[in-house]
Design a protein around this ligand. Sequence first.
Ligand SMILES: [Zn+2]
Length: 283
Amino acid sequence: MRIFDPHIHMTSRTTDDYQAMYDAGVRAVVEPSFWLGQPRTSPESFFDYFDALLGWEPFRAAQYGIAHHCALALNPKEANDPRCAPVLGALPRYLVKDSVVAVGEIGYDSMTPAEDHALAAQLQLAADHGLPALVHTPHRDKLAGLRRTLDAVRESALPVERVLLDHLNETTVKEAADSGAWLGFSIYPDTKMDEDRMVAVLKDHGADRVLVNSAADWGRSDPLMTRRVGDAMLAAGFDEDQVDQVLWRNPVAFYGLSGRLRLDPPGDVGPLHEGNSILRGGE
Ligand SMILES: [Zn+2]
């Protein structure tokens, strides 16, 4: 089983996770930029983070045979902090980098006017840079959040066919599918979607434009959730080609819209990145 996790925050994960992911079949990931839990207090804090997603993290992934790309953006939650707003003006110089395959994650958290502004500005940036967009849908009040998100997309210059709506569930999948957008499902260990609910959604709606991700980060989450969905699909009677469509071909097609995906196994990048190594002690 070959697996592309289209939404995972590896900066929060360990090298053990990279090894376990490789052993489970993960060969490619996209890491969207997000909120780090601790609020940032200046744009420079974002810039160091963006540089890590462009440099250090692809280096770390390559040590484990995994191709790493990223999506960059001002995240919905911190769009509400005026100290972080200047990030929007700096994004163009990051969005031209080779391993950036989308603008994201953008969208609504609390549906404030500041979030309206950041979402509209970043949908325009995606259109200007020929990039698709990874759009997070709110965890509270999901259907209202989805509708407001779709309104913002329709008012933007970015065609809905270049948008991945993420964190969908049974209540939002139909309207999201009818819109023509790509459909993302985050599978968590305790809350929201689990692998059995995901299989039920796939039985109802088919695998067309469906992507499954672990969204693993610093909270309760599991970077092997993609594999668990693949196993649950096989146990429920889906064949290997359908699993490959959901776990590999669909994410390749979506992020391939950027024209920047490179999925050959990472070559030998050497043991050092800017003088630093992942090895510790006695090497
Ligand atoms: Zn995320």
